[in-house]
Design a protein. Structure first.
Length: 432
């Protein structure tokens, strides 16, 4: 299964470049350019209520504040400090004099992917690495089953969905879960996560695990981010350089009892047959782990929508094809991640599974062009069918014209029975 955290690159900030941007912004403001006014209104505390240029006369320091906040930092001083730390870390790495930040304790770095493993090593981190990557955002999450039954269910889904042998899927899951079960033997377990559904569902399971066994390493710590200075569209930790990961080490914090309890509640709600408890958790805003609520809401939006019976991923896919007429799968995936998906979380192989489910349906909304049928799946060219166009136009409902049997966590969606659907107007799931 391909890693979902690769589409966009990190932007390396330059102090000279940011100084020039601040000067340009000030010049544009003084030239009465509307966009400059809007930028000040959005990011400067003294300008957000002004309606015309004469009402606020900024200096260079004011423009620098706007630039810093556009980059995700609270002040120009913090922006300079960030750039200096990144620059110093880069120089240390190039000279081979990196600081082994985790050398003070026997450390396990746990991540739901392998995207930062080599980068941590390059940065000088010397702890062990555990890739715990069961993609709970797809397939069934069985409730109240023993571990063996749970792994069998997950392995069967992964094998069928992603084209790996059942034995390979079982071996991988058994290895990862076994290593998680002994992770408390480390002095420090460092969790590296981001804000999307893939990460947050895995994080919920890991927190649930520690809460359930009540055996903790001396230090159980978390890095969980939804942005990074200089990255306009932050998708995940895999975008970041080794030196950027060094700066994140300073932002780690001990996991609290409240965060463990949240993980336990979320995991139990994810495996439930109804989304009612999960949406209650979402509506709290999950202040213990702020990205969790948004990720869980996005997870629930993979339920069929009331207006057309499609999941959000399916809707976005058809809307892209409606604009482009035909598109290669890899280009389609790139467009989804970079332009359409509000919270990117799927890997390309995971996305191909979504496409395959539509291609193999009774009345498929899309089809592979004849000329590309023999190409590898990522090079195949897709186009909408008449059904696809009808769905985009809102003329038919997917659930009414196709049989369905799929899972969103513990929720099974089966044709001929009442199913939980996402009501976008009410912003919550309903049973229909």
């Amino acid at each position: 299964m391909s890693n979902p955290r690769q589409p966009l690159k990190e932007e390396r900030l330059s102090l000279e470049q940011q100084k020039k941007r601040a000067k340009d912004l000030l010049f544009e403001y003084r030239a009465d350019q509307e966009l400059a006014l809007k930028r000040f209104q959005q990011y400067h505390p003294k300008a957000f209520q002004i309606r015309d240029f004469a009402a606020f006369q900024p200096q260079l320091s004011d423009a620098q504040l706007v630039i810093a906040r556009e980059n995700g930092l609270p002040s120009w001083v913090k922006l300079k400090e960030h750039i200096q730390r990144i620059t110093q870390a880069s120089e240390d790495i190039s000279r081979g004099v990196m600081t082994a930040f985790d050398a003070d304790l026997k450390t396990l770095h746990l991540r739901c992917g392998s995207d930062i493993q080599n980068k941590l090593a390059i940065a000088g981190f010397c702890g062990d690495f555990l890739e715990f990557a069961d993609p709970y955002c797809q397939g069934p999450i069985p409730p109240n089953s023993n571990l063996s039954q749970f792994l069998n269910t997950r392995a069967a889904f992964i094998s069928e969905a992603y084209g790996v042998t059942l034995k390979d899927a079982q071996n991988r899951l058994e290895r990862e879960y076994s290593q998680l079960c002994i992770s408390h033997q480390y002095e420090r377990v460092m969790l590296w996560f981001e804000h999307d559904p893939y990460d947050q569902l895995v994080l919920a399971h890991v927190l649930h695990h520690f809460w359930k066994i009540q055996s903790f390493p001396k230090h159980l710590e978390l890095i969980c981010i939804d942005s990074f200075p200089g990255v306009e569209r932050f998708v995940g930790l895999g975008q970041l350089s080794s030196e950027a990961l060094c700066t994140l080490w300073e932002r780690r914090h001990p996991i609290t009892r409240q965060q463990l309890q949240l993980g336990d509640r979320v995991w139990k709600a994810l495996s439930a047959e109804s989304p009612q408890v999960l949406i209650q958790i979402v509506n709290t805003g999950t202040p213990e782990i702020p990205p969790m609520a948004k990720a869980l809401r996005r997870h629930l939006q993979e339920l069929p929508w009331v207006k057309n019976g499609l999941s959000l991923t399916q809707q976005l896919t058809l809307s892209i094809l409606a604009d482009k007429e035909t598109m290669r799968v890899d280009k389609l995936f790139g467009t989804l991640v970079a332009e359409k998906e509000p919270l990117p979380y799927l890997g390309d192989t995971m996305y191909w599974y979504v496409l395959t489910q539509m291609l193999q349906s009774k009345r498929p909304p899309l089809e592979i062009t004849t000329e590309s049928l023999e190409e590898p799946w990522y090079k195949r060219v897709l186009q909408l069918t008449k059904t696809g166009h009808a769905l985009v136009q809102g003329e038919v409902n997917w659930l009414e014209i196709n049989s369905s049997d799929r899972w969103v966590g513990g929720i099974r969606l089966t044709s001929g029975q009442p199913v939980w659907m996402w009501d976008d107007l009410r912003n919550q799931p309903i049973l229909q």
